[in-house]
Design a binder for this molecule. Structure first.
Ligand code: SF4
Ligand code: SF4
Length: 505
């Protein structure tokens, strides 16, 4: 086995936060039973919503395709248990914008019948990389670290770059979340198998697995499996337990000492980052024929009776998962989907578990935040910003709705980690303001793109009309020329046709 190495780059800023992880890692991963009903959102990924390929009343089996990928950026959705389609309608979901989204609702029959497996691949190494990438696309796999970018499309984009390293992200730096830690402890072999598939698909021969130093059991299990696998191309790297060392750019910096340029991607410095859960999902699909129909999620917080990690089907109502974890405590006050720093508060537990759900956090009471005060320009926020932004300046430009300065000061590079909020003595909700400002900028960009498309359509129409007009004029000239040689009957015919055209407008 390659021993974990420590020759790391440095992370700018960041915070050492209380982990709150031991509560949910005391017992092995528990399997949530098949629920009565599953709500499968059509948008669980970045890109176009998937398009339903099933109808009301249709019977479906576990693993069956129920919504196909649409356009150049998207991911398919598969039934996560067997049953009957009872609705295709808006349903409460957890997401930043809006409360409802179209879902396919399955009434489960409890049999958990599996769809016949696709032709299993005897060995992925026999496939050409392009074929393997196409295959990954069919598995409905998206980035499970939270970004939910369709994995196959991320790989296809990366394949066009000069890649040198694959980096598996086993750094789970946000407090309370422990699903990747438990995944690495329990499915270390599958994580490594996923790394080998990814290396083959991208023709790479070096993979770093970055794991935080506060996960000794995961490090040990990975080390044992690496020793058995004896694949020298895979190297384990421990990184310091600092939030947010698991951000893509931050992990690249820590593991390779390469800095992702402002506005750039890890592929600009030869790196492709994939979450360890995503690598496992790829392994399960390519080797086991199981599309992405379930995931491990952490259900934790003072508001849950038995904090734990569970393996649950995509589409399971969060209420069912909390019930499985012993239900709410009397103190439960706030339900968050995701972690305390980057998660989203929801007002109903009817929302389903989706591919992005890495944590269900129930807090006994919302953390008390003091009244917002004016900025005192202390600079704390800039000290902790892992992207080296100037949050106080960004805040000023966000208040002034100054899009140009927001762009110039790198708002789009903000990873919304929330570090600046935590250290601001004036209790300014900086991250929320940046999120709103980003959404506004995106809205303006969308409006601009729409206006640009309308302008192009208008110009194309004018060009076509102009061309038709010119062609008619040329034809008339040509006919006049021949009429000069053809006599009065032909002139009468031309005048008649001209009059006809006038009447037609
Ligand atoms: S931490 Fe708060 S008060 Fe201090 S400079 Fe930043 S925004 Fe201003
Ligand atoms: S939320 Fe954005 S601005 Fe604030 S510390 Fe994180 S990256 Fe920097």
């Amino acid at each position: 086995m390659s021993a974990p190495t420590y020759d790391l780059g440095k992370l700018h800023g960041g915070l050492r936060l209380q982990g709150h992880k031991t509560e949910s890692t005391a017992m092995p991963i528990q399997q949530v039973p098949v629920p009565k009903m599953l709500a499968m959102p059509l948008t669980q990924h970045v890109g176009n919503p998937a398009q339903p390929v099933v109808a009301m009343g249709e019977s479906v089996a576990k693993g069956q395709l129920i919504a196909a990928s649409e356009g150049s950026l998207g991911a398919p959705v598969h039934a996560s248990s067997s049953g009957t389609i009872v609705a295709i309608e808006p349903w409460p979901v957890s997401r930043r914008l809006g409360a409802n989204a179209p879902c396919i609702v399955i009434e489960c029959d409890g049999e958990d019948r599996a769809h016949p497996l696709p032709d299993l691949l005897p060995d992925f190494r026999e496939l050409e990389p392009a074929e393997l990438l196409r295959k990954i696309l069919e598995g409905g796999i998206v980035g499970l670290g939270g970004a939910v970018f369709p994995t196959a499309q991320k790989l296809m984009q990366a394949a066009t770059c000069d890649l040198r390293f694959l980096i598996l992200n086993g750094v789970e730096c946000e407090p309370y979340i422990s699903c990747d830690d438990m995944l690495m402890r329990t499915y270390a072999r599958e994580v490594l198998g996923g790394a080998q598939i990814l290396m083959h698909a991208l023709d790479l021969d070096l993979c770093y697995i970055g794991v935080e130093s506060d996960k000794p059991q995961a490090i040990q299990r990975l080390g044992e499996e690496m020793a058995e696998l004896a694949d020298e191309r895979i190297i384990l790297k421990q990184v310091p337990t600092i939030y947010p060392s698991g951000g893509e750019d931050q992990l690249v910096q820590l593991v390779t000492n390469l800095e992702v340029p402002t506005g750039g991607l890890p592929s600009d410095v030869g790196c492709l980052v994939q979450n360890v859960g995503t690598a496992t999902a790829i392994y399960d699909w390519i080797v086991g024929g199981q599309p992405l129909v379930s995931r491990i999620t952490t259900v934790t917080g003072d508001g849950v009776s038995k904090p734990m990690n569970v393996l649950a089907r995509i589409g399971t109502p969060i209420a069912d998962i909390i019930k499985f974890a012993g239900g709410y405590t009397k103190q439960a006050r706030q339900l968050i989907v995701g972690g305390p720093m980057t998660g989203k508060s929801v007002t109903t537990d009817r929302v389903p578990l989706v591919k992005a759900t890495n944590c269900i956090l129930v807090l006994a009471e919302a953390p008390s935040v003091g009244a917002e005060m004016p900025c005192i320009r202390c600079g704390n926020c800039a000290d902790v910003c892992p992207v080296q932004l100037l949050p106080q300046q960004l805040f000023w430009y966000a208040c002034a709705d100054n899009e140009k300065q927001l762009r110039l000061h790198g708002l789009t590079d903000c990873i919304e980690c929330g570090c600046c909020d935590l250290v601001c003595p004036s209790h300014i909700p900086l991250t929320a303001d940046f999120r709103t400002a980003k959404a506004r900028i995106q809205e303006l960009a969308d409006e601009k793109a729409r206006a640009e498309r309308a302008r192009s359509r208008f110009e194309a129409r004018n060009e076509r009309l102009e061309k038709e007009h010119q062609e008619r004029a040329d034809e008339l000239t040509r006919q006049k020329e021949s009429a000069k040689q053809g006599g009065p009957e032909m002139i009468a015919e031309i005048l008649k046709r001209k009059q006809q055209e006038k009447d037609d407008g």
